[in-house]
Design a protein around this ligand. Structure first.
Ligand SMILES: [Zn+2]
Length: 328
């Protein structure tokens, strides 16, 4: 997987590290919620460490060395990635042998271990000595989106300087999509649809599907909350609960988000809503029930059970939605 090329505001701690490659620690662990962003930052650091000029730039502004790092073809860079659910021990042994060698052309070598929490016990133990005494010719960069997980050995963690790479805010994610040429409306929806993975290329393919799911939820809520009450009573809400219970992320959080936005609309704070693209239908809903009723429903709809065995997810959403029925 090559690194996505969209620019992201750099993490200050990483900037400082990159500016002084001589004092870069022997082993660094980049930890944060987005595995893709960690990989981007790890490759950017590797480019700086390997660049004879220290530029580290991407794309056409980068020098030949940096371009080859980002293309994955630099001879002094070795990348270990998980294969399936684990990092293969053979690959770790190759990395250790690589790290012990002299650089071909760069001031030093860099070994990346992406998804270090997927190191098996044997592989992790093999790595310890090299992390502890890497020597002056190599730098290790590990990444983990689950650094607190038990599978990342404390012995590994303690041998690395940890740098936290925070998640992007919704506004930053939207800005990223806009930089790629999406309209402001599309960028805002993509930031929601792609969740914390701003680089998720699949998100743009799912945008239409995402918007249709949102329309369906809004239409069902509008039908259920019609005044005077429709002849079908709460039936649309029960159907909606059934529908939402089968949704996968990010679709399964749509209902709670829209209910929260309806609460904001009902309290006159629509400008703080997430789903501003559907401000009209939200305002309409906001006139049907109190902000308090929507807020209760939104809270109840959040955190659905992880599976739908025995219909427990459907029941969860039904119970949440019934907060809206019969109240005003
Ligand atoms: Zn360069």
């Amino acid at each position: 997987v090559s690194a996505p090329s969209a620019p992201v505001a750099p993490v200050p701690a990483l900037e400082r590290l990159g500016r002084r490659p001589e004092s870069f620690p022997g082993a660094v662990l980049l930890a944060g919620p987005s595995a893709e962003r960690l990989e981007t930052e790890a490759r950017r650091l590797a480019a700086i460490l390997l660049c004879p000029r220290g530029c580290g730039a991407e794309g056409s502004s980068g020098c030949d060395s940096c371009r080859r790092v980002h293309a994955g073809s630099h001879p002094d860079l070795f990348v270990v990635e998980p294969e399936g659910v684990q990092i293969k021990i053979d690959r770790v042994r190759q990395a250790i042998a690589f790290a012990a060698g002299r650089p071909y052309e760069a001031p030093r070598r860099v070994a990346l271990v992406l998804g270090a929490d997927l190191l098996g016990l044997e592989a992790a133990n093999a790595l310890l000595k090299s992390l502890e005494e890497p020597g002056s010719h190599v730098r290790w960069i590990l990444t983990s989106s689950r650094p607190e997980s038990e599978s990342l050995l404390p012995t590994i963690r303690s041998r690395c300087a940890t740098v936290v790479v925070p998640a992007l805010s919704r506004g930053q994610r939207a800005a990223l999509w806009a930089e790629r040429g999406y309209s402001p409306d599309d960028a805002a929806d993509l930031a929601l649809c792609a969740g914390g993975a701003p680089e998720g290329a699949a998100a743009s393919e799912r945008l239409e599907e995402y918007r249709e799911a949102r329309e369906r939820i809004l239409a069902a809520l509008a039908a259920a909350l019609a005044v005077p009450a429709g002849p079908s009573g709460p039936a649309p809400l029960l159907l909606l609960a059934e529908d939402v219970s089968r949704a996968e992320p990010p679709f399964n959080s749509l209902l709670a988000e829209l209910l929260a936005d309806a609460a904001l609309a009902a309290s006159g704070s629509a400008d703080r809503a997430r789903h501003r693209a559907v401000a009209g239908p939200l305002a309409e809903l906001g006139r049907r029930r109190s902000a308090e009723a929507f807020r209760r429903a939104a809270l109840a709809a959040a955190d659905p059970p992880p599976d739908n065995r025995r219909g427990n997810r459907r029941l969860h959403f039904e119970a949440a939605l019934l907060n809206l029925y019969g109240t005003t």
